[in-house]
Ligand binder design. Structure first.
Ligand code: 13P
Length: 255
């Protein structure tokens, strides 16, 4: 009953308009018939305008990789949600582990961004996940519960159902080490149980939870076949149209 969503997080790649548009045109021709899966790509800010123009005639939606929580002012280097909205951006990735670890983003900052995105009708994709040492210390659920509580502070029932959660175990990102489908499902079902206990069963069942971390064409189907996994947030394998398409097809085949 939840529609799977496959996101391509291009990170700091394909940031020149000509290369981004070339990749997008290849992807558009491949995904033309995809209906049962939402397809979103998150290119760098420098190509948003070109990509939005091309994606308009397709079933691909566009996400930003980040935003600030103020609409304008003296915030050198930041991007306003208002700019994004006016350009036609429909989704935004918030709290990616690279933002948290490299740029010191806190749960509090991510929470402010989340509240702002929701107030502007930009669909947030909020990332959570544990480090390897935390998993090895048996603290995964504790970390996830903490992030769920603090990143989603003061979010209403209505707003949480509009939000997409991406569980991205940090040790699996860009490492080629994927969580096994069972490891991922265990945490996805835990996240859902937290939503059920904080809100209610209906809300818990509505929220889409994506898995991210070395999703590839050869492991996508096994991961997406799990009950609580509603698609994926894909990094490396989203940079090439054919591999990203294979991952999208894996999700669609299961519907
Ligand atoms: P990889 O698919 O390259 O591991 O990246 C995952 C990710 O961080 C998506 O946001």
């Amino acid at each position: 009953m939840r529609k799977p969503i496959i996101g391509g997080n291009w990170k700091m790649n394909l940031g020149v308009p000509s290369e981004a548009v070339k990749m997008l045109n290849n992807l558009i021709s491949l995904v033309r018939k995809i209906e049962l899966v939402d397809v979103v790509i998150a290119p760098p800010f420098t190509v948003l305008e070109s990509v939005i123009k091309v994606a308009k005639k397709s079933n691909i939606k566009i996400a930003a990789q980040n935003m600030y929580f103020k609409e304008n002012g003296a915030f050198t280097g930041e991007i306003s949600p208002n700019f994004l909205k006016k350009m036609g951006v429909e989704y935004v990735i918030l709290g990616h582990s690279e933002r948290r670890d490299i740029f010191y983003e806190t749960d509090e900052l991510i929470n402010n961004k989340l509240i702002k995105a929701l107030s502007m009708d930009i669909i947030p994709i909020v990332c959570i996940g544990e480090h390897l040492h935390q998993r090895e210390e048996g603290k995964t659920k504790e970390i996830i519960a903490y992030q769920m509580e603090n990143t989603f502070k003061n979010i209403s029932k209505e707003d949480i159902t509009k939000t997409i959660i991406a569980y991205e175990p940090i040790w699996a990102i860009g490492t080629g080490k994927t969580a096994t489908p069972e490891q991922a499902e265990e945490i996805h079902s835990y996240i859902r149980s937290l939503l059920v206990s904080r809100f209610n069963e209906e809300v818990g069942n509505k929220v889409r939870i994506q898995y991210g971390g070395s999703v590839k064409p050869n492991n996508a189907e096994a991961i997406f076949s799990k009950d609580n996994i509603d698609g994926g947030l894909v990094g490396g394998a989203s940079l090439e149209a054919s591999s990203f398409y294979e991952i999208i097809r894996a999700a669609e085949k299961l519907k």
